[in-house]
Design a protein around this ligand. Structure first.
Ligand SMILES: C[S@@+](CC[C@H](N)C(=O)[O-])C[C@H]1O[C@@H](n2cnc3c(N)ncnc32)[C@H](O)[C@@H]1O
Length: 166
Protein backbone atom coordinates (compact mmCIF):
# COMPACT_ATOMS: atom_id res chain seq x y z
CA UNK A 1 0.00 0.00 0.00
CA UNK A 2 3.07 2.22 0.24
CA UNK A 3 2.81 2.62 -3.54
CA UNK A 4 -0.73 4.02 -3.48
CA UNK A 5 -0.54 7.32 -5.35
CA UNK A 6 -4.09 8.54 -4.73
CA UNK A 7 -4.65 11.07 -1.99
CA UNK A 8 -8.07 9.64 -1.17
CA UNK A 9 -8.52 6.00 -0.14
CA UNK A 10 -11.88 4.27 0.23
CA UNK A 11 -11.55 1.14 2.33
CA UNK A 12 -12.80 -1.40 4.86
CA UNK A 13 -10.81 -0.59 8.04
CA UNK A 14 -12.31 -3.54 9.95
CA UNK A 15 -11.99 -4.02 13.74
CA UNK A 16 -8.33 -2.83 14.00
CA UNK A 17 -8.32 0.47 12.09
CA UNK A 18 -5.18 1.87 13.76
CA UNK A 19 -2.97 -1.00 12.56
CA UNK A 20 -4.60 -0.91 9.15
CA UNK A 21 -4.09 2.81 8.56
CA UNK A 22 -0.34 2.33 9.16
CA UNK A 23 -0.08 0.56 5.80
CA UNK A 24 -0.89 3.78 3.95
CA UNK A 25 1.86 6.30 3.25
CA UNK A 26 1.60 9.87 4.51
CA UNK A 27 0.70 10.90 0.92
CA UNK A 28 -2.82 9.63 1.62
CA UNK A 29 -4.60 12.70 2.96
CA UNK A 30 -8.16 11.37 3.28
CA UNK A 31 -9.44 7.93 4.30
CA UNK A 32 -13.11 7.07 3.77
CA UNK A 33 -14.00 3.89 5.66
CA UNK A 34 -17.08 1.74 5.25
CA UNK A 35 -18.42 -0.94 7.57
CA UNK A 36 -21.68 -2.86 7.30
CA UNK A 37 -21.52 -4.37 10.79
CA UNK A 38 -22.76 -1.98 13.49
CA UNK A 39 -20.71 -3.57 16.30
CA UNK A 40 -17.49 -3.19 14.32
CA UNK A 41 -18.42 0.40 13.46
CA UNK A 42 -18.75 1.07 17.22
CA UNK A 43 -15.22 -0.30 17.75
CA UNK A 44 -13.93 1.94 14.96
CA UNK A 45 -15.59 5.03 16.39
CA UNK A 46 -14.21 4.23 19.86
CA UNK A 47 -10.68 4.56 18.41
CA UNK A 48 -11.40 7.77 16.57
CA UNK A 49 -9.51 9.97 19.06
CA UNK A 50 -6.29 8.00 18.48
CA UNK A 51 -6.29 8.66 14.73
CA UNK A 52 -4.25 11.60 13.44
CA UNK A 53 -5.52 11.47 9.85
CA UNK A 54 -8.57 12.81 8.04
CA UNK A 55 -10.82 9.76 8.47
CA UNK A 56 -14.55 9.13 8.21
CA UNK A 57 -16.23 5.87 9.26
CA UNK A 58 -19.48 5.22 7.39
CA UNK A 59 -22.12 2.62 8.09
CA UNK A 60 -22.99 0.87 4.83
CA UNK A 61 -21.79 -1.10 1.84
CA UNK A 62 -18.45 0.05 0.40
CA UNK A 63 -19.85 -0.79 -3.04
CA UNK A 64 -22.29 2.11 -2.59
CA UNK A 65 -19.34 4.51 -2.39
CA UNK A 66 -19.11 7.24 -5.04
CA UNK A 67 -16.96 6.24 -8.02
CA UNK A 68 -13.96 8.52 -8.63
CA UNK A 69 -11.14 7.64 -11.00
CA UNK A 70 -8.58 9.54 -8.91
CA UNK A 71 -9.40 7.64 -5.69
CA UNK A 72 -7.94 4.31 -4.62
CA UNK A 73 -10.29 1.58 -3.36
CA UNK A 74 -9.17 -1.19 -1.01
CA UNK A 75 -11.88 -3.86 -1.16
CA UNK A 76 -10.50 -6.06 1.60
CA UNK A 77 -13.62 -8.24 1.64
CA UNK A 78 -11.89 -11.42 2.85
CA UNK A 79 -14.91 -13.34 1.52
CA UNK A 80 -15.19 -15.31 -1.68
CA UNK A 81 -15.78 -13.38 -4.86
CA UNK A 82 -19.09 -15.26 -5.22
CA UNK A 83 -20.49 -13.35 -2.23
CA UNK A 84 -19.72 -9.94 -3.73
CA UNK A 85 -22.53 -8.03 -5.45
CA UNK A 86 -21.25 -8.10 -9.03
CA UNK A 87 -23.64 -5.45 -10.35
CA UNK A 88 -22.27 -2.96 -7.79
CA UNK A 89 -18.63 -4.07 -8.07
CA UNK A 90 -18.40 -3.59 -11.84
CA UNK A 91 -18.92 0.18 -11.63
CA UNK A 92 -15.37 0.42 -10.19
CA UNK A 93 -13.80 -1.08 -13.32
CA UNK A 94 -12.16 2.20 -14.38
CA UNK A 95 -10.78 2.88 -10.89
CA UNK A 96 -7.58 1.72 -9.25
CA UNK A 97 -8.21 -0.82 -6.54
CA UNK A 98 -6.92 -3.76 -4.61
CA UNK A 99 -9.13 -6.54 -3.38
CA UNK A 100 -8.76 -9.50 -1.06
CA UNK A 101 -10.83 -12.64 -1.46
CA UNK A 102 -11.04 -15.97 0.27
CA UNK A 103 -10.34 -18.63 -2.36
CA UNK A 104 -11.88 -21.57 -0.48
CA UNK A 105 -14.27 -23.55 -2.70
CA UNK A 106 -13.70 -21.16 -5.61
CA UNK A 107 -9.95 -21.56 -6.22
CA UNK A 108 -7.31 -19.05 -7.24
CA UNK A 109 -7.75 -19.24 -11.02
CA UNK A 110 -11.54 -19.03 -10.86
CA UNK A 111 -11.36 -16.05 -8.51
CA UNK A 112 -9.13 -14.23 -11.01
CA UNK A 113 -11.30 -15.19 -13.99
CA UNK A 114 -14.52 -14.16 -12.24
CA UNK A 115 -12.96 -10.80 -11.30
CA UNK A 116 -11.96 -10.20 -14.92
CA UNK A 117 -15.45 -11.12 -16.10
CA UNK A 118 -17.02 -8.66 -13.62
CA UNK A 119 -14.64 -5.94 -14.86
CA UNK A 120 -15.50 -6.82 -18.47
CA UNK A 121 -11.91 -7.75 -19.33
CA UNK A 122 -10.49 -10.70 -21.20
CA UNK A 123 -7.51 -12.63 -19.80
CA UNK A 124 -4.36 -12.50 -21.94
CA UNK A 125 -1.92 -14.28 -19.61
CA UNK A 126 -1.84 -15.61 -16.06
CA UNK A 127 1.69 -16.36 -14.78
CA UNK A 128 2.03 -18.16 -11.47
CA UNK A 129 5.38 -18.07 -9.62
CA UNK A 130 6.67 -20.52 -7.02
CA UNK A 131 6.59 -17.86 -4.27
CA UNK A 132 2.78 -17.63 -4.49
CA UNK A 133 2.66 -14.47 -6.56
CA UNK A 134 0.70 -14.31 -9.80
CA UNK A 135 0.86 -11.75 -12.59
CA UNK A 136 -2.29 -11.32 -14.63
CA UNK A 137 -2.46 -9.41 -17.89
CA UNK A 138 -5.87 -8.71 -19.40
CA UNK A 139 -6.78 -6.90 -22.59
CA UNK A 140 -7.14 -3.69 -20.54
CA UNK A 141 -5.11 -3.92 -17.33
CA UNK A 142 -2.48 -5.72 -15.32
CA UNK A 143 -2.89 -7.22 -11.86
CA UNK A 144 -0.37 -8.45 -9.31
CA UNK A 145 -1.72 -11.11 -7.00
CA UNK A 146 -0.38 -12.70 -3.82
CA UNK A 147 -1.93 -15.91 -2.54
CA UNK A 148 -1.44 -16.73 1.13
CA UNK A 149 -2.89 -18.53 4.17
CA UNK A 150 -4.62 -16.31 6.71
CA UNK A 151 -2.98 -17.32 10.02
CA UNK A 152 -5.90 -16.94 12.40
CA UNK A 153 -8.50 -18.72 10.27
CA UNK A 154 -6.08 -20.82 8.16
CA UNK A 155 -8.18 -19.76 5.18
CA UNK A 156 -6.69 -19.46 1.69
CA UNK A 157 -6.70 -15.88 0.49
CA UNK A 158 -5.70 -13.89 -2.56
CA UNK A 159 -4.75 -10.22 -2.58
CA UNK A 160 -5.15 -8.63 -6.02
CA UNK A 161 -3.62 -5.24 -6.88
CA UNK A 162 -4.70 -3.60 -10.12
CA UNK A 163 -2.34 -1.65 -12.42
CA UNK A 164 0.80 -2.68 -10.56
CA UNK A 165 2.96 -1.52 -13.48
CA UNK A 166 1.71 2.07 -13.41
C1 LIG B 1 -11.18 -8.26 6.52
S1 LIG B 1 -11.90 -6.95 7.39
C2 LIG B 1 -10.90 -5.57 7.00
C3 LIG B 1 -9.55 -5.65 7.60
C4 LIG B 1 -8.68 -4.42 7.37
N1 LIG B 1 -8.71 -3.97 5.99
C5 LIG B 1 -7.26 -4.74 7.79
O1 LIG B 1 -6.41 -5.01 6.93
O2 LIG B 1 -7.01 -4.78 8.99
C6 LIG B 1 -13.32 -6.60 6.44
C7 LIG B 1 -14.30 -5.70 7.18
O3 LIG B 1 -15.21 -5.16 6.23
C8 LIG B 1 -16.55 -5.44 6.60
N2 LIG B 1 -17.21 -5.66 5.30
C9 LIG B 1 -17.13 -6.73 4.47
N3 LIG B 1 -17.76 -6.50 3.31
C10 LIG B 1 -18.26 -5.23 3.39
C11 LIG B 1 -18.99 -4.39 2.49
N4 LIG B 1 -19.36 -4.80 1.29
N5 LIG B 1 -19.29 -3.12 2.89
C12 LIG B 1 -18.96 -2.69 4.13
N6 LIG B 1 -18.28 -3.44 5.04
C13 LIG B 1 -17.93 -4.69 4.67
C14 LIG B 1 -16.50 -6.64 7.52
O4 LIG B 1 -17.54 -6.60 8.47
C15 LIG B 1 -15.13 -6.46 8.19
O5 LIG B 1 -15.19 -5.68 9.36
Amino acid sequence: MEKVKSKVVVCLPGPCPLDYFDVFSSRVSKIIGYENNKEILLIQNSQFNHIDRDVTFNLGDILDSPVRKTWFYDFDFCRTILSVDKSKFEKFRDCNFSSTFCTRYVGINNTILILLRIMKEKPVSITRYSDGTIDVISDKNSYHCVSYKENTKSASMIHILKNFKN
